[in-house]
Write a protein that binds this ligand. Sequence first.
Ligand SMILES: Nc1ncnc2c1ncn2[C@@H]1O[C@H](COP(=O)(O)OP(=O)(O)O)[C@@H](O)[C@H]1O
Ligand SMILES: Cc1cn([C@H]2C[C@H](O)[C@@H](COP(=O)(O)OP(=O)(O)O)O2)c(=O)[nH]c1=O
Length: 229
Amino acid sequence: MSTASPKGLFISFEGIDGAGKSSHIAGLAQAFRDQGRVVTLTREPGGTPLAEKLRALMLHDAMDPLTEALIAFAARRDHLVQVIEPALARGEVVISDRFTDATFAYQGAGRGFDWNQLSVLERMAQTGTALQADLVSSFMREPDMTLWFDLPAEVAAVRLATARVPDRFEAQPGEFFARVAQGYAQRAEAAPQRFVRVDANTCREAVWEQIAQAVVAKGWLSSAAESKA
Ligand SMILES: Nc1ncnc2c1ncn2[C@@H]1O[C@H](COP(=O)(O)OP(=O)(O)O)[C@@H](O)[C@H]1O
Ligand SMILES: Cc1cn([C@H]2C[C@H](O)[C@@H](COP(=O)(O)OP(=O)(O)O)O2)c(=O)[nH]c1=O
């Protein structure tokens, strides 16, 4: 029997607040575990003790868009170094509730922070973190797949109205989320090989089918996962 560990996989979930991500993240993790993979389930901002402190600041304290973006990337750097890269080096599946696309969508498109400057910060924060010897030092870590839950802002607002007490982002008006949704669309258009658009404006079962299909099509899960809605 081969003892070689499988290749690490990095999958992010993205979309505006209320798009329905949380309802499926645990399901995808379980599908991988059912097929013998070790899964690290994590989130941004957060995922380490330091990054969780930064998350609390971001979600509850008023600040300008540059401060918000710098905190998001500081938290991300710590998360990459402490959690994501070690897990990938061990051959695990890392599933993160949000990653850098959220910074482009929320701080970029939502708050109006300069997209090119975000790209500079992205490169700084996500380069030089990889532990694998075969990755050159200029390698920038990005997810292998981003499942983008696409949902009109007005539908998400209806879902959130009864779901939970809003944080600093969820309390934003509808126009903010329309801009954030547009930001995600722009990121998806720029990286079609990484992004999978999930039509989130449908029932949970149909959303799961789209997720399972995408992961099965990559050969990362066997088709048994597709019937687990
Ligand atoms: N496909 C769906 N159809 C209708 N409501 C949904 C669907 N998926 C999730 N919801 C509900 O919408 C709300 C937001 O879902 P959640 O998974 O917390 O979104 P997110 O994690 O993307 O912010 C919750 O009340 C959840 O039960
Ligand atoms: C990762 C990230 C999240 N965010 C925002 C998006 C969300 O409104 C919030 C936290 O995300 P999330 O964990 O989806 O919130 P919840 O626990 O309420 O489901 O942080 C940014 O503004 N920039 C970022 O870089």
